[in-house]
Design a protein around this ligand. Structure first.
Ligand code: PLP
Length: 465
């Protein structure tokens, strides 16, 4: 390791200067600021170049996590950059209440055409925009509740979410999340949600298949719904991969069962594809792998190719119709100032065009196969308890005893040590606890994949030594 060290004193001084300026004024997200800069090195990033981030000190880092799962085609992708610039010279922003504009309409048309379908169900028919993933989740939750209220079912106030699920950090989204590190402190402020066991295949009994475990979890969801007949307005979940929950993956059978159960109980199914949408798990949307169409589909992160914040909530005609009335109170009076921002919509449209022109999903299948081959040998590592993959997401579960799946003591900060070691090797990994994962931009090439595997192996070695 250490190949990524720079010896030019001027550049090192420049980076140091940045750190000082930054720490004087910035409060970083999801960070114990006390850990900067010593425990957690702060990376001053000067520019992005494809899958690379380039630091002020000239060091290059492979962005193995697509900058929090947002970036799709590499940093500073010229076609998306150009689309934004062009839009900025035409119409940068306009109030979307009472006004309309081309990028918002065209994007809605495109998203609805791409959205998952299911035989026998009327397709998703309307798009409501928000500014970020959490706000999109708030929209879906409020819509689900309000629809039932409008219909004369005020008792349907409960949401069912999954254990180990994640839906964002605002209070409504946090209430349906189940990651203690983010939730516990704010628990007194949160609306009460019901949590069903996770279908997470890592939790399967020894000898049990992922599908078998998913069926058991679905049975538990059925019991929970039976215990709350007429009280649940929606079930919200992350199809296929619980990303923030440690890239835990589950069998597509679960979503099929959840769909059926929601129908039986008159509850909406909200698919949160904020992280897994736009090809990450191999299909455009993860729900497709279950042949399931949700009633509400939340999209964000990769929606704009990773350029600008934007969320879209896709809803059925039935949900939309439930708000049509002479009364304004029965309308969905939710808004954000930048709802449907033209620049963000233009970025999203450029991103969707790249999917078409570059044959992205087909290329990703090749990338996923290469990632599988590079990841396979890790399964034999004594400190790797599990290697799992869905499309171009690969995760490594580090453990004290990989064979027996005995975790490391959290105080050892093994994930953090791996993070630091990987930076020295020129790769930005940002583990979730002791789970290392790869979720690279789709433009990653063979030599970058090899570097990723090599640095990951060395980082695991260093962190677990
Ligand atoms: C990131 C994420 C969110 C929240 O999105 P933000 O834009 O960070 O608010 C919600 N749901 C899932 C599944 C996510 O991964």
């Amino acid at each position: 390791m250490g190949e990524n060290r720079i010896h030019d004193p001027a550049m090192i001084a420049d980076a140091e200067h940045w750190r000082t300026r930054d720490l004087a004024v910035l409060w970083h997200p999801c960070t114990q600021m006390r850990e900067h800069p010593d425990t957690l090195p702060l990376l001053p990033v000067a520019r992005g170049d494809g899958a690379w981030l380039v630091g002020h000190d000239g060091r290059r880092y492979l962005d193995a996590i697509s900058s929090w799962w947002t970036n799709l085609f590499g940093h500073a992708e010229p076609r998306i950059a150009e689309a934004i610039a062009k839009q900025a010279r035409t119409l940068e922003q306009v109030i979307l209440a009472g006004c309309s504009h081309e990028p918002a309409v065209e994007l809605a048309e495109k998203l609805l055409a791409l959205a998952p379908r299911q035989p026998g169900r009327a397709p998703l028919a309307k798009v409501f925009y928000a500014d970020n993933g959490s706000a999109g989740v708030e929209v879906a939750l409020k819509m689900a509740f309000h629809w039932h209220l409008n219909r004369g079912e005020p008792r349907r106030t409960k949401f069912i979410a999954l254990e180990n699920g994640y839906h964002g950090e605002t209070l409504g989204a946090l209430a349906v999340g189940d990651i203690p590190l983010y939730r516990r402190v704010y628990a007194p402020l949160l609306a009460e949600a019901l949590f069903a066991p996770s279908p997470d295949a890592y939790l399967a009994q020894p000898g049990q298949s992922a599908a078998g475990h998913a069926e058991d979890a679905a049975d538990a969801l059925a019991r929970l719904l039976d215990d709350h007949v007429g009280e649940v307005c929606a079930v919200i979940l992350e199809p296929r991969v619980q990303c923030a929950g440690g890239m835990r993956m589950h069998d597509p059978a679960y979503l099929r069962r959840a769909r059926e159960l929601c129908d039986v109980h008159g509850a909406f199914l909200i698919a949160d594809e904020i992280a897994v949408g736009f090809g990450r798990t191999g299909t455009m949307f993860a729900s497709e792998q279950s042949g399931v169409m949700p009633d509400l589909l939340c999209l964000s992160k990769g929606l704009t190719g990773g350029f600008l914040p934007l969320a879209a909530v896709l809803a059925t005609q039935e949900i939309y119709d439930g708000f049509l009335d002479d009364s304004r109170e029965r309308a969905f009076l939710h808004s954000h100032s930048y709802t449907g921002n033209p620049l963000a919509c233009a970025a999203a449209l450029a991103s969707l065009r790249i999917f078409e022109t570059d044959g992205v999903l087909a290329r990703n299948r090749t990338t996923a196969a290469k990632m599988a081959a590079l990841a396979a040998p890790f399964a034999n590592h004594p400190h790797v308890a599990d290697v799992r993959q869905a499309g171009t997401i690969v995760a490594f579960e580090l453990a004290h005893d990989g064979g027996k799946r005995i975790p490391f003591d959290a105080a050892q900060r093994v994930g953090l040590r791996a993070y630091r070691a990987a930076l020295d090797g020129g790769v930005l990994l940002r583990p979730l606890g002791d789970v290392l994962y790869w979720m690279p931009p789709y433009c990653i090439d063979d030599s970058q994949l090899e570097l990723l595997a090599q640095v990951t192996r060395a980082a695991i070695g260093e962190a677990t030594a």
